[in-house]
Design a protein around this ligand. Structure first.
Ligand SMILES: Cc1cc2nc3c(=O)[nH]c(=O)nc-3n(C[C@H](O)[C@H](O)[C@H](O)COP(=O)(O)O)c2cc1C
Length: 225
């Protein structure tokens, strides 16, 4: 829970003028007083589908609340949410704005099971209602950046797009897990490509578990000055 003042100052710090204005307008429409509290809603609906705010405190909430989820409810993910996740990925920065990556949406059934096997039998992949595979497209980046584009930028492009998708899914109340352990060739076979390099598989769905937070290194160990 956040006090409205704290929310406002976080939004201001984040420079979210539009969100600030919209937040104030929505609060006033809802008849909330300046002292009332803003509550995180697990579904993310209030924030993202109704108010459309996705910055400042809400972004930090999503970052802190994200956990790797490896058990998914059978409940379908709303098409609107899937679109928002894909749009978030598409909004990610990329080297030279070339977007040197591709996203595959794997349909349920045979393909999904084959993908789970290709990912060293991580069977929760087959359980998730939505599965995205982010692939580097080296040729796209190489067109401008040659070897560095093919070797590095395309992978970075795919990685940051997947990270945006992951956080968007969290903000929408969905669970995800970044899957990096897979047999490249086996995933390529499922996708029907030999030119793209699979970077991450992202199963998405409503969580059927509540994982505990995992520990992190201290900033003093992590950050070097
Ligand atoms: C590059 C990368 C590869 C990962 N590969 C897998 C994987 O193959 N299977 C899996 O269950 N989790 C995988 N994870 C998730 C990590 O295990 C998880 O992020 C880490 O334990 C921290 O837990 P948290 O995500 O709940 O904070 C991967 C994460 C990253 C960033």
């Amino acid at each position: 829970m956040f006090q409205r003042d704290a929310l406002r100052s976080d939004l201001e710090r984040a420079g979210c003028a539009v969100a600030r204005t919209r937040h104030a307008a929505i609060s006033s429409l809802k008849g909330e007083s300046p002292g009332s509290q803003t509550v995180w809603h697990g579904t993310g609906d209030r924030h993202n589908l109704e108010s459309g705010i996705l910055c400042g405190v809400e972004l930090f909430e999503a970052i802190q609340r994200r956990r790797s989820v490896r058990a998914f409810a059978p409940q379908a993910v709303e098409a609107e949410k899937v679109t928002r996740i894909l749009k978030a990925a598409n909004a990610a920065p990329s080297a030279g704005n070339l977007q040197g990556y591709e996203i595959y949406r794997i349909t349920p059934g045979k393909e999904r099971a084959a993908l789970a096997r290709a990912a060293l039998n991580q069977l929760f992949i087959a359980q998730a209602p939505v599965v995205l595979v982010f692939c580097a497209n080296p040729a796209r980046s190489a067109a401008k950046y040659r070897e560095r584009g093919a070797r590095l930028y395309a992978i970075q492009d795919a990685t940051i797009a997947c990270a945006f998708a992951m956080l968007a899914a969290t903000a929408l109340g969905l669970g995800t897990v970044w899957v990096g352990a897979f047999d490249d060739a086996a995933v390529q076979k499922v996708l029907g490509t030999r030119d793209l390099l699979p970077v991450a598989i992202l199963p998405i769905g409503y969580a059927a578990e509540e994982p505990e937070p995992t520990p992190r290194r201290s900033l003093s160990d992590l950050v070097h000055e």
